[in-house]
Design a protein around this ligand. Structure first.
Ligand SMILES: [Zn+2]
Length: 293
C-alpha cells in the first residue's frame, strides 16, 4: 500500500506521521498490519482501520516522549509526513542515544521480569493458573531484554525468526530455556485454535478496539504456513500485553483467569512452575551483570 493512501485517512496532516513496526523493517508477512504513528502529542487509544483489504493501526504519540520502553520502539521509524522536520530531528536524537536507550530498556525489562517472578512465587501457594500467568510474563520480558541487548526489537510475529538468526553467544544461549518456560513445545493445531478464540475475546474485553481482527488474521496466516511455535509465541505476547493492563487489579485478574487459562495456555503443575521460577530468576540475575549492560 502506498503511503499516500494511509495519509488520506489521517484527519490532519499538520502533525508528523511515521511508519513503525515490521513493515518499516521490511520483514513483514502479507498478514502484517501497518503500524502508523501519528505524533499529535495526544494519548488517544490506538484505533484500527481497514484500507484496501489491509489493516492499519493508528497509534498516537508525543514528540516529547521520554519513556524508555516507548523510545526503544522508535529506532527504525520511517517518516511518511513531516512538514516541519520535527520528526526527523526527534528520530536523529534517538539514533544518537540508541545504545544507551536499548541498554536501559533491557534493564527495565529484566527488573519487570523479576517483579513477575516474585508475584509468581506468591501465587504458587494460592493459585496455580495465576502463577503460570506471571511466569509467562516474566519469560516474555526476558526475551524483550535479550533482544534489546542484541539491538533488536520484539515484533512478536517475527520474534522466533529473529531469535533463529541471532549469533551464538553466552547471552543468547539462555533463550531456549526461556522459550521452554513460555511453553512453545505445546503448540498444536487444536490448541492454537482454542488459544486464538480466547486471545481474541480477552483483547475485545481489554482493548475494545477491533485488534482481535488483526490477531485472527496473523494467527491464521501463521497456522496455515505451519509456523505453529511462532503462532504460540505471538498469541502469548498479545496476552502478556493485555494482562499487563489489568495486572495491578487482583479483582480483574481473578475475573479474567478463566479466559487467560485457554488464551495464555496456563498450566497447573507446581513442580514445573517452581523450576521455571528458579531458571528464569537465574537468567534475570545473569542479565543484570555489567558485562551485558
Ligand atoms: Zn509483522
Amino acid at each position: 500500500m502506498e503511503n499516500k493512501i494511509i495519509l488520506d485517512k489521517i484527519p490532519s496532516l499538520e502533525h508528523p506521521v511515521g511508519l513503525g513496526g515490521c513493515r518499516a523493517e521490511k520483514i513483514n508477512h502479507v498478514c502484517c498490519d501497518y503500524n502508523v504513528v501519528i505524533f499529535d502529542n495526544t494519548d488517544l487509544d490506538d484505533s484500527i482501520v481497514e484500507l484496501e483489504n489491509e489493516f492499519v493501526r493508528l497509534h498516537h504519540a508525543n514528540l516529547n516522549e521520554s519513556r524508555i520502553e516507548v523510545l526503544s520502539q522508535y529506532q527504525n521509524i520511517q517518516i511518511i509526513n513531516d512538514p516541519k522536520w520535527e520528526l526527523k530531528i526527534f528520530l536523529s536524537k534517538i539514533k544518537e542515544k540508541k545504545e544507551s536507550i536499548l541498554a536501559t530498556y533491557s534493564k527495565k525489562c529484566v527488573i519487570e521480569s523479576q517483579v513477575c517472578l516474585a508475584k509468581a512465587k506468591d501465587d504458587l501457594v494460592t493459585s496455580e493458573p495465576v502463577a503460570s500467568c506471571w511466569i509467562k510474563c516474566a519469560a516474555y520480558f526476558l526475551i524483550d531484554a535479550i533482544l534489546a541487548l542484541n539491538g533488536k526489537q520484539n515484533f512478536p510475529v517475527h520474534t522466533l525468526d529473529t531469535i533463529r538468526n541471532l549469533k551464538l553467544s553466552k547471552l543468547n544461549d539462555s533463550i531456549s530455556l526461556i522459550t521452554e518456560c513460555i511453553g512453545l513445545e505445546r503448540s498444536t493445531h487444536s490448541l492454537l485454535s482454542r488459544m486464538l478464540k480466547s486471545t481474541q475475546g480477552f483483547s475485545d474485553m481489554i482493548e475494545k478496539n477491533n485488534h482481535s481482527v488483526i490477531i485472527k488474521n496473523k494467527a491464521d496466516y501463521l497456522i496455515e504456513n505451519s509456523l505453529l511455535s511462532d503462532c504460540y509465541f505471538y498469541l502469548g505476547n498479545v496476552n502478556r500485553n493485555n494482562f499487563f493492563k489489568i495486572s495491578n487489579s487482583p479483582k480483574e485478574i481473578s475475573e479474567f483467569t478463566h479466559v487467560l487459562k485457554t488464551g495464555f495456555d496456563l498450566e497447573n503443575d507446581s513442580v514445573k512452575h517452581e523450576s521455571y521460577v528458579n531458571t528464569l530468576n537465574e537468567i534475570a540475575n545473569n542479565l543484570l551483570k555489567d558485562e551485558w549492560m
